[in-house]
Design a protein around this ligand. Sequence first.
Ligand code: UDP
Ligand code: MG
Length: 324
Amino acid sequence: MSLISVVIPLYNEEGNVPELMRRISEVCERIRRGGDDYEIVAVNDGSQDGTLAALRAELRGQPRLVIIDLSRNFGHQIAATAGIENARGDAVILMDGDLQDPPELLEAFLAKWREGYDVVFATRRARKGESFFKKTSAQLFYRLIRRLTNVSIPVDTGDFRLMSRRVVDALAQSPEKRRFLRGLVAWVGFRQVGIEYDRDPRFTGETKYPFSKMLRFAIDGITSFSEIPLRFATYLGFIVSGGAFVYAIVVIILKLLGQNEPGYTSIMVALLFLGGVQLISLGIAGEYLGRIYDQVKARPLYLVSSVERAALPPATVAREPIST
Ligand code: UDP
Ligand code: MG
């Protein structure tokens, strides 16, 4: 008999909680009748709406629900980490709380896990109810990060996935602050396999990833797994200085030939261009510096305000929750 943990980070998802719990419980009860046990680890990531109250209301009907209430909003990746670290299952499944990831896929995940895979990720065949911009930018991003890193991060794949206990333990050993989970999981290795699915539209509510957060997430992903941008800044510097050197020779020759170099325009163009290149390079270096700064501060990744369980699932040994 194994214990399956379903981990769900939730931020302002009050309208989705009842339907989410109903659908997950339905699938999980089927799994339980098959002889395994389960727990549902819901992480309330500092929601300002009634998400926590909605979760507490579910505790009465769902004794296998565990609510982890974080001290504030830490963001999706950290909330997911908090859930994973507090999950006790032999297999841990991470999914979103807006029903974009159909819980019915759990059984397909588990089937692959029983075949011996350590990671089963879900690749999006279609994404319903998402804007053209979101879809194309996401597509571009997955292909870009693939080119920039030698960790094989699967394309069109979010965080909806199953991880075996040894993968979860490996993640817990990675104290990275700015976490890009789907990259970290790929980095862990072992046997990984993907299954395809159609991503549903959000059940209710708005996306919590506006453009600014998506951009932040993309930069975190790339800087977590690639140093190519740093090298890019160096190359760009070389190219521009090379160009400037050639241009300087041209100007000197023209001067010697007695030709008047038209001053203002060329100087302004060169000045602005160089200024831009410098700022870009500084920004790229700054991104990495910021990561180092975050890491050096060594603050805890998240703080747990409370952990609530209705009952411990039978036949499982309670592990102390990790609250760092
Ligand atoms: N989420 C979270 N903390 C945040 C932002 C999002 O826990 O700061 C949760 C959110 O409630 C959802 C999941 O992360 O369960 C994915 O977010 P969302 O659906 O908004 O992202 P999208 O599917 O639009 O990329
Ligand atoms: Mg979503």
